[in-house]
Design a protein around this ligand. Structure first.
Ligand code: CA
Length: 444
């Protein structure tokens, strides 16, 4: 029932139309010189690959850091690959560019919210055009949150909304419209996080509030001028909202579901089929970049690398705190400094983050069923399982990890990370998604 969700932009931009190349910003020349120093591909390694070039799209949020690190620290080059990173203006632009493919002036793959690769594979978010994709790795865990406008400072919304239900349900009688919450792309992570948070507190995201799709660049202004009250987003946007004194951080996704799946490296399946060795080399470079980026002593350099004009073009001061797990939480801006609440690129308390567990991708599709997001197109658990089986290529990840000589304890052998427990005590058992669905009070 997409009519329940408004697909709009608030400040006159177009949305959902083919942005194609107009939506691909490329990377402007970096006057600081840092992008010109990327190492060249190793010739011996390159000689073994079907192709030595690959074009990946990215969105300038912390999820993309391992891709930038992989290029700038030479991890992709070490395995023979020249990775070209193309900044995408928005998630719809990334989607449209992967449908084009690099041969058509678009991209071969890149960074994705989940389950975008699965939905693109089935043609569900591409006007019926099926472009088979594969998920090769997870890029990051955590580093997302829910920001609330300062207009609701007195309400001090937090992780547990059960005592704040009236703030949402009585909003229309006070303000003349429903409470509005925004995300940057519907039916994926940030939509699913804010729905989970609201529903866990007893608020029905389809009935009690209004959900909006808004490009991230427009959210600061939207929150400042009172167009929306909440924004579900990735770092560094929550930091900007807090430091610009527009709003406050109500909850971190790290609090909702520690070590949760966040964004992924996904490629066109035809690129992987045509270039199987290059696909393994890509994952090898990514794994090494994630290991490097995960080290606390490297986080300042991660901030410096991604901040450059060639990539995020964002001051390092905006990027560094979240990379170190430093946040100001709640309306009273309580400082927290806990790397366990910040981005995780490689190793968590739940094991390796990079591995593309089928059980974790399954959750996103089960959540799509919970909210009946794709009626007539994605309607059963069996269908969800079959789609994950097709798209998640754990085998390629394992081959890359084995060729890198990783210790066996860091190479998962199965497709399940086991049961997942959320902050409200709800358990997702990948062996029994129906019992998870049955346990949820608010659903379609
Ligand atoms: Ca995200």
């Amino acid at each position: 029932m997409t009519s329940r969700r408004r697909f709009i932009t608030l400040f006159g931009g177009t949305f959902g139309t083919s942005l194609l190349l107009a939506g691909c910003l490329g990377n402007p020349p970096d006057r600081s010189g840092s992008s010109g120093t990327a190492p060249k591909p190793d010739a011996a390694a390159a000689a073994k690959l079907e192709t030595t070039t690959v074009k990946l799209g990215y969105i300038p949020i912390l999820e993309a850091a391992p891709l930038v690190v992989g290029v700038q620290k030479g991890f992709f080059a070490k395995h023979g690959l020249k990775v070209e990173l193309a900044k995408q203006a928005s998630w719809p632009a990334a989607r449209d560019n992967v449908v084009l493919g690099s041969a058509g002036g678009g991209i071969d793959g890149g960074q994705w919210q989940s389950p975008m690769p699965h939905l693109i594979t089935e043609g569900i978010i591409t006007d019926g055009k099926k472009v088979p994709m594969v998920v090769l790795a997870q890029l990051i865990s955590q580093a997302n949150g829910i920001a609330i406008s300062n207009s609701l400072k007195a309400e001090n919304l937090g992780l547990d909304l059960s005592r704040s239900v009236d703030v949402f349900k009585r909003f229309p009688e006070k303000q003349g419209r429903k409470f509005r919450a925004a995300y940057t792309f519907p039916n994926a992570n940030q939509d699913l996080w804010i729905r989970y948070w609201l529903a866990a507190g007893g608020i029905d995201p389809d009935k009690d509030i209004e959900l909006l799709t808004v490009p991230s660049t427009e959210t600061l202004q939207g929150m400042r001028n009172g167009t929306m009250e909440a924004f579900s987003t990735g770092d560094p946007w929550p930091f900007r909202i807090v430091t610009d004194d527009i709003g406050y951080l109500a909850a971190l996704t790290a609090q909702m579901w520690p070590a949760h799946p966040e964004e992924f490296l996904g490629m066109r399946a035809d690129w992987v089929d045509k270039n199987p060795k290059a696909a393994v080399a890509l994952v090898k470079g990514l794994i090494e970049a994630q290991q490097w980026a995960d080290k606390p002593e490297n986080r300042s350099e991660v901030a410096k690398l991604i901040s450059s004009r060639a990539y995020f073009n964002t001051p390092m001061e905006v990027l560094e705190p979240a990379l170190k797990g430093q946040y100001l939480l709640g309306a009273d801006r309580k400082p927290v400094k806990d790397p366990k609440l910040g981005p995780i690129y490689w190793m968590s308390d739940r094991g390796v983050i990079s591995y593309p567990y089928k059980s974790l991708s399954l959750w996103f599709l089960v959540e799509s069923l919970r909210w009946n997001m794709h009626p007539g197109k994605l309607t059963t658990i069996e269908q969800a399982r079959a789609l994950v089986d097709k798209v998640n290529r754990e085998d390629i990840w394992r081959q890359a990890a084995t060729e890198l000589g990783l210790p066996t304890k860091d190479i998962p052998t199965g497709s399940s990370r086991g049961k997942e427990t959320f902050f409200d005590g709800i358990v997702f058992d990948p062996e029994n998604p129906q019992s998870y669905l049955n346990s949820l009070k608010i659903k379609r």
